[in-house]
Write a protein that binds this ligand. Structure first.
Ligand SMILES: *Cc1c(COP(=O)(O)O)cnc(C)c1O
Length: 467
């Protein structure tokens, strides 16, 4: 039986993997989730323990992909995907203290965990498109890490033209240069004279507007609601839990969280059989999710800029996928909840809140606490963490208490990506960009500056799609 995908809001058609890969939001406004999950028992986990990252990835993702890609091709795609990572282990573990570990997810080309999903997504899309004889256009908005990871993931894709919007003069130099120095005929960086919300609004409107692309080309989304991204992220939970030998005893994970994509993958790993005790939602001052767990109320907040910009969010779009399970996978109930949320606040039922609390723990850090944690980890362990990871290591300590489960913090970005936060921590440490990015500041940049005007952006895209 192959896994099919249903919308959380229950009114869109069921799809197979290939269509979910190409779809963004479901037509009813919901997100796609698998109809069931593959399960791995202890014996299978033991067999998986010695596998290389790409081989393990094959075990985890192949049930979700089903017969959409044959075994030899999928194995080749996975091998190629993770060969772009610098460390031979792909996702190495570093021990900080007794029972405290960091999983370095920043060994990919753009130094953030998003490479795990987007390096794979680009290759999967290109494979499927070549077979269908189709070309698509990817459009995305970024305030930081997603844009560069998407660009790196698609730069060699023959069947994809990619247009990434960023707010002009409002992203950091490192983050901008990681996007604008990737020069390829299918890559287009657009600096919009506006803020991030303006960029995001243009992208959202483009997906629901009248088709505007040449010869009926499809517009594809690569934001974290894309199911294939979540799927790819399940793998490193298994990889690290198994590397720590945790088959009969559980591991806990502390996850620096924004849109809830990364930690939702951990939740799935647990359903699939990996022994996990707690999943810790680590947030910055944009703490919608910390509030859900502590107060039982899911409410949109206003955006506050922080030292951990990749976690600056007002809503966590993937939280809807968890809510769907908390609603016992009833699309009608979930739709009602999301309508209530759209009007203001959603108060969880006691039953839903208790279920969530049994799975998740949470902690919030201010910028001051983030800096103090960067400094503390540096002084104590001589290990430099980026501000997102610091929020995770602090939450790990707060939430571990006296549990003897191994606690793994996901290190979501390399410290060299966020030099200003390291400065703010006031420590005598500097992170060097890895060799492949050492000359980032000498490289040629290419981007176009456009007004905050959707018609002009669409015109630009039409004029710049490859034939
Ligand atoms: C995207 C990102 C996050 C947040 O991940 P979500 O899946 O949105 O919760 C955390 N840290 C870094 C460095 C990121 O780039």
């Amino acid at each position: 039986m192959t896994i099919r995908y249903v919308s959380t809001r229950g009114q869109a058609p069921e799809l197979d993997f290939e269509d979910v890969l190409l779809a963004g939001l479901a037509s009813d406004g919901g997100l796609y989730v698998p109809t069931y999950l593959p399960k791995f028992d202890a014996e299978k986990l033991r067999a998986m323990q010695t596998m290389s990252y790409p081989d393990l990835a094959y075990e985890i993702v192949s049930p979700f992909i089903g017969d959409c890609i044959n075994e030899a091709d999928l194995r080749a795609i996975l091998k190629d995907t993770y060969s772009s990572f610098r460390h031979p282990a792909v996702a190495p573990l570093v021990q900080l203290e007794h029972n405290q570990w960091v999983l370095e997810l920043f060994q990919g080309p753009t130094l953030a965990f998003k490479d795990f999903a987007l390096q794979l997504l680009g290759r999967l899309l290109d494979y499927v498109l070549a077979r269908r004889g189709e070309k698509v256009v990817i459009m995305g908005a970024t305030s930081g890490d997603t844009g560069s990871a998407a660009i790196e993931g698609c730069k060699r894709c023959d069947n994809i033209d990619i247009f990434i919007l960023h707010p002009h003069e409002r992203v950091s130099d490192v983050q901008r240069r990681q996007m604008t120095t990737v020069i390829a005929p299918n890559i287009h960086n657009i600096a919009i004279k506006g803020n991030f919300d303006d960029c995001q609004a243009m992208v959202k409107t483009s997906f629901v507007a009248e088709p505007f692309l040449p010869d009926g080309r499809r517009l594809v989304a690569v934001n974290s609601i894309n199911w294939a991204r979540i799927m790819a992220q399940i793998v490193y939970y298994f990889y690290s839990g198994l590397a720590l030998g945790r088959i009969d005893r559980p591991t806990s994970f502390s996850v620096p969280t924004g849109n809830f994509g990364d930690i939702f993958a951990g939740y799935l790993a647990k359903q699939m059989g990996l022994p996990i005790e707690k999943l810790v939602i680590a947030t910055n001052r944009n703490d919608v999710l910390h509030r859900v767990l502590t107060e039982g109320v899911y409410a949109k907040l206003s955006l506050e800029a922080s030292l951990s910009p990749s976690m600056d969010i007002t809503v966590s779009s993937n939280f809807e996928r968890l809510l769907f399970d908390l609603a016992d996978r009833d699309g009608d109930v979930l739709r009602g909840w999301m309508e209530t949320f759209a009007e203001g606040d959603l108060t969880l039922s006691n039953e839903a809140l208790e279920k969530a609390k049994a799975l998740f723990d949470s902690d919030r850090s201010s910028d001051e606490e983030t800096c103090a944690e960067i400094a503390a980890v540096w002084r104590k362990q001589g290990y430099l963490v980026d501000p997102h990871t610091a929020i995770g290591t602090k939450a790990a300590r707060v939430c571990q208490q006296d549990s003897d489960a191994a606690m793994v913090t996901l290190a979501t970005a390399h410290p060299a990506k966020f030099p200003s936060a390291i400065d703010a921590a006031g420590i005598d440490a500097q992170a060097q960009l890895p060799a492949h990015l050492a000359d980032l500041f000498e490289r040629e940049e290419a981007f176009d500056v456009l007004p905050n005007d959707l018609a002009e952006v669409h015109q630009f895209m039409v004029a710049n799609c490859r034939a």
